[in-house]
Write a protein that binds this ligand. Structure first.
Ligand code: EPZ
Length: 494
């Protein structure tokens, strides 16, 4: 298992090129099961999740060939299939559930494991199943598997809105299935993400008749068959957002090649509010993108993650890390995954001041982040910890970076290209930098970072402090604070 060692405090600078979008590639690869010809896909990112879905498709009888140098991936659909997507593969990656609709539509049967628990919160698939039943599927859940059958799906009127708004992979599953259903389907409260538009464009290129993809109302006139197709996947807007935030957090100067402003309007808006300069720009050879330059003085912000076109929940953790560095009180709320705050305890370990309140995190800044050992818990939390480490004083070690590799192609290499001091190594005590080796005295020394003269000499007037009880019990992890500030104890306990 790998870990990353990062020495912080270096402004990122230079050009970086985006990979293809993970969240477009996965539903498109799953949809290829419903296509009766070869799918030739370009710009598919080299990610662990893509490899897992490749295994799912191969277990269903497809033949997948990949050219890592060009990012091309070709999928020949199965001649016959069991229709079974087993637990061991689906539990590794929830998006595997996207094979359900395509299998049903093309093969009339599917047995797909229910996706298990997830670190970012409760993630049912009831809307997926509701939509497939509306299209005429017979579905039962048995021993943790969805068993679905249908002679031929038929068109339907489907409302896909849920308690947290639309569902992205739910829309992908239903839109693909309806492409081969008899008659018209109308999906309302559909997800509008650019990845759904990309899937709709792929299916239309294969002969589907889809309109309205990218809007809350999608109409699909079913066809009898989808034919072989070539398609280039869109650039990854979440990778773009992550790089934009990393540039801002390190006061850097970065050009992100292929970043599409129209996919990032809410992200550009909130970063400009924070004080980051963002301008469309191009390279000498005409490649378009966004130029990001951080500012010494940033403004606090009140930000809410929402379904597209709102600020993506997949950038909430990274924005939380950035706002820790900003003077004043910021609030970040996640209205898509209200419990998606696994990054907070680790940011606290680096010296951040955050208090959780329901679906929000209240952040007091500027925090003086200092390097330490932290643990990644999920894909975007790991990206947030990398950003915090790039902005922190000293060295950080980030463990369980397999989470990062699930969704970012060569992330550490790209950051090195931008001047970051970042090293990937095997997770072994011997590999730990001296500054983070826990040897008796040194652990106390290390923890005293909080008391850098002049920074914490006067009591922390902590606007976040709850007068008489701790929230979420985080405070206990930061006993050092009480040594340096006033005796009001709980006040300083976040
Ligand atoms: C997609 O997940 C993305 N994954 C997620 O990105 C992203 O966070 C999410 O959309 C929201 O933007 C892929 O595209 C592969 P949802 P998905 O169904 O489709 C609730 C990343 O980091 N809901 O849109 O699984 C659900 O619990 C990943 O790259 C139901 O209640 O998300 C959530 O609160 C993480 N019932 C909300 O809707 C359902 O049947 C949105 O979920 C389905 C969802």
């Amino acid at each position: 298992m790998d870990m990353l060692i990062i020495r912080g405090g270096i402004p990122l600078a230079g050009n970086v090129r985006l990979a293809g979008a993970k969240n477009a590639s996965l539903p498109i690869m799953a949809a290829s099961i419903a296509v009766s010809g070869l799918s030739q896909l370009r710009r598919v990112p080299h990610l662990a999740d893509v490899s897992t879905l490749t295994q799912v498709l191969e277990s269903l009888g497809a033949v997948v060939t990949r050219d890592l140098s060009t990012g091309e991936l070709a999928i020949s659909p199965p001649h016959a299939t069991t229709g079974i997507a087993d637990y061991d593969l689906v539990r590794r990656m929830r998006a595997s559930v996207c094979v359900l609709g395509p299998l049903l539509a093309r093969w009339g049967k599917a047995v797909v494991s229910l996706p298990g628990g997830c670190n970012i919160g409760h993630r049912p698939i009831d809307l997926h199943l509701k939509g497939l039943v509306a299209l005429g599927a017979r579905i039962r859940i048995e021993r943790g598997y969805v068993h679905a059958e249908a002679t031929r799906l038929h068109g339907a009127e489907i409302y896909l809105g849920g308690p947290f708004g639309s569902t992205v992979t739910g829309t992908a599953n239903i839109m693909t299935a309806a492409s081969l259903a008899r008659g018209m389907t109308r999906i309302s409260a559909a997800a509008c993400e650019p990845e759904i538009v990309d899937l709709g464009n792929y299916l239309n290129a294969a002969g589907a008749r889809i309109t309205g993809h990218g809007t809350p109302v999608i109409e699909i006139e079913g066809v009898d068959e989808l034919h072989g197709v070539e398609h280039e996947v869109i650039p990854d807007r979440i990778e773009a957002g992550t790089m934009m935030i990393a540039a801002a957090a390190t006061c850097g100067d970065v050009f992100i090649e292929d970043a599409q402003p129209r996919h990032l309007s809410a992200v550009i808006d909130i970063l400009r509010q924070i004080g980051v300069s963002i301008e469309p720009s191009s390279t000498n050879d005409g490649r378009m993108g966004l130029h990001i330059s951080g500012a010494a003085h940033l403004n606090p912000a009140d930000c809410t993650a929402l379904p597209y076109p709102g600020v993506p929940t997949d950038l909430q953790a990274q924005l939380t890390a950035l706002l820790c560095l900003v003077p004043g009180i910021s609030v970040i709320t996640d209205k898509v995954f209200p419990d998606r705050f696994m990054h907070v305890p680790e940011l606290l370990r680096m010296g951040a001041q955050i208090r959780r309140e329901g679906a929000s995190a209240i952040i007091a800044g500027p925090a003086h982040l200092s390097g330490t050992n932290v643990m990644a818990s999920d894909l975007r939390a790991s990206a947030a910890l990398v950003i915090a480490a790039l902005a922190a004083e000293g060295e950080s070690v980030i463990r369980r970076v397999y989470h990062l590799d699930r969704g970012y192609e060569k992330h550490d290499e790209k950051l090195r290209q931008l001047g970051a001091q970042i090293q990937r190594t095997t997770d072994h005590p011997e590999a730990l930098p001296d500054s983070l080796r826990m040897t008796g005295e040194s652990s106390m020394e290390q923890h005293k970072v909080q008391e850098i003269p002049g920074r914490f000499t006067q009591p922390i007037q902590n606007p976040l402090a709850k007068p008489h009880f701790l929230s979420d019990g985080y405070a206990i992890a930061r006993p050092m604070v009480s040594q340096s500030d006033d005796s009001s104890g709980p006040v300083a306990d976040l």
